[in-house]
Design a protein around this ligand. Structure first.
Ligand code: HEM
Length: 443
């Protein structure tokens, strides 16, 4: 296996430059880079760090930023909606959008390298919107809408605020043009989701009157939003909007990034791509159909590749929690006082020699073979965080990632040079984008 040379020479990342800069997390914040300490924090401190307050005007009390007491009751209600049995029902939607992606990529078979993330993001947006709110957006064919532009602007401003100290205090932020821009654009996104929520509530109420069964009118599957009506908690329209916005925001760019990183890695490591392809051929022969639940269960090697990709390129590189009671960290040997913050360096843990042996920067999917995993600390691999406040969409995310990669790899041979330098925003990005070259596979 070849080394990812450029990233191996990135000593700044594992030591978390963010802490050094002091720009993201001010005050009493302890960086944590050991799985045992991470486990203690993530099991005991379920409240989010104050740094996420910047997301409040947008996501309100949606699951991602909900204060811990509210989070407890709401997470219980949302959990069954993300159960495997339910999300597997969406495999048809995923396969359909994977087909569109494969078709859209055809125009890129001109031998030139291109940034694949944009294409993948349009695809995951279509999947996440249709499954979360029952809306067909068709971003893959019409990527430029007022809603998407507004959403993009809000994210840009939030990223600026997280990384520029002077934009953090409200009194200073409110003096900049960003404050107005943020307000206006948040308004646009709220309006969009509010309308969807109203529409679906009406459909739900009409259906109740007619006493129809679970299925939607034209035999359409119920979306996540539809499944949140008439539950143990009667959510208000605002609460529903906050949950749905949180889900579409937490679920989209993350999933797209994992797919894009994995495509680049497969382009760099031709031997791994060949093995993935062989596994696909064993499952599908030369068929181009979308993946079923049974197919996905057989993609063991692809799954190891995806895990190795999430380890090396941890798309959520840091996880920040509020320490709400004094806790003792066994490895550091310090007691963190209530009221301080903890930053779990997931990226750093994923590249630690103590956990992964002498060559942590080397791409080696077989690290995730069962016989090489069972001695590993349970919090050593935490792409979806760890403990009861981990990612609620992790199974759904894995289904999307596997299904899309399966379709793309069966249609195209991928080539790539190198990922190059990285930059940390809320998520982890390569500075030069996810550059790949593709050519049609002839079957
Ligand atoms: C590979 C894809 C994904 C990755 C790497 C990822 C990662 C994460 C991480 C690390 C957290 C915890 C953050 C923290 O503790 O601060 C989280 C939370 C969350 N994720 Fe994901 N996620 C992915 C896909 C998804 C999908 C597909 C959905 C939904 C459709 C989703 C919805 C959420 C929600 C709602 C939360 C908040 C959970 C809570 O606080 O109870 N994620 N995700």
């Amino acid at each position: 296996h070849r080394m990812d040379r450029r990233t191996a020479s990135l000593p700044a990342l594992p030591t978390l430059p963010l802490i050094g800069n002091g720009s993201l997390f001010m005050g009493d914040t302890e960086p944590i880079g050991d799985p045992r300490d991470a486990q203690v924090v993530l099991e005991n401190c379920l409240d989010k760090d104050v740094v996420y307050r910047f997301l409040r005007p947008w996501l309100g009390h949606g699951l991602f930023v909900a204060p811990v007491n509210l989070w407890k009751t709401h997470r219980k209600v949302l959990l069954p909606v993300f159960h495997n049995k339910i999300v597997e029902e969406y495999l048809g939607v995923i396969a359909e959008q994977a087909d569109v992606l494969v078709e859209r990529l055809e125009e890129k078979t001109n031998g030139k390298s291109f940034d694949v993330l944009k294409h993948v993001t349009a695809c995951t947006l279509d999947i996440v919107f249709e499954t979360a709110m029952g809306e067909r957006m068709d971003v893959q064919h019409s990527p430029d809408t007022p809603y998407l532009r507004a959403r993009h602007t809000v994210m840009e401003i939030l990223n600026k605020r997280l990384f520029k100290v002077w934009l953090q205090p409200d009194c200073l932020f409110n003096l900049t043009r960003y404050a107005r821009q943020q307000k206006d654009n948040i308004h646009v996104t709220h309006q969009f989701t509010d309308e969807v929520v109203q529409k679906r509530r009406l459909a739900y109420e009409n259906k109740n009157i007619k006493n129809e069964t679970k299925k939607q009118p034209e035999g359409k599957l119920p979306a996540v939003l539809d499944l949140l009506f008439g539950r143990e908690i009667e959510f208000t329209n605002v609460q529903l909007r906050e949950h749905i916005d949180s889900i579409t925001i937490a679920g989209n760019d993350t999933t797209a990034l994992v797919i894009a990183y994995t495509l680049v890695l497969l382009g760099i490591h031709q031997d791994a791509q060949e093995k993935v392809l062989q596994e696909q051929q064993q499952i599908f022969g030369t068929e181009k159909r979308g993946s079923t639940k049974e197919d996905l269960l057989k993609m063991n090697y692809l799954e190891r590749v995806i895990k190795e990709s999430m380890r090396l390129y941890t798309v959520v590189p840091i996880i920040a929690r509020n320490i709400d009671k004094d806790i003792y960290l066994p490895t550091c040997g310090v007691t963190m006082p209530a009221g301080s913050g903890a930053v779990i360096g997931a990226f750093a843990i994923h590249r630690s020699t103590a956990v992964w042996g002498p060559n942590p920067d080397e791409f080696d999917p077989d690290r995730f073979l069962p016989e090489r995993s069972h001695d590993r600390h349970p919090a050593a691999f935490l792409p979806f965080s760890y403990g009861s406040r981990n990612c609620i969409g992790r199974n759904f995310g894995m289904l999307i990632i596997k299904s899309i990669l399966s379709s793309v790899v069966r249609s195209y041979k991928i080539e790539a040079d190198d990922i190059g330098p990285l930059k940390i925003e809320m998520l982890l990005f390569p500075k030069n984008g996810h550059q790949i070259k593709i050519s049609r596979r002839t079957s």
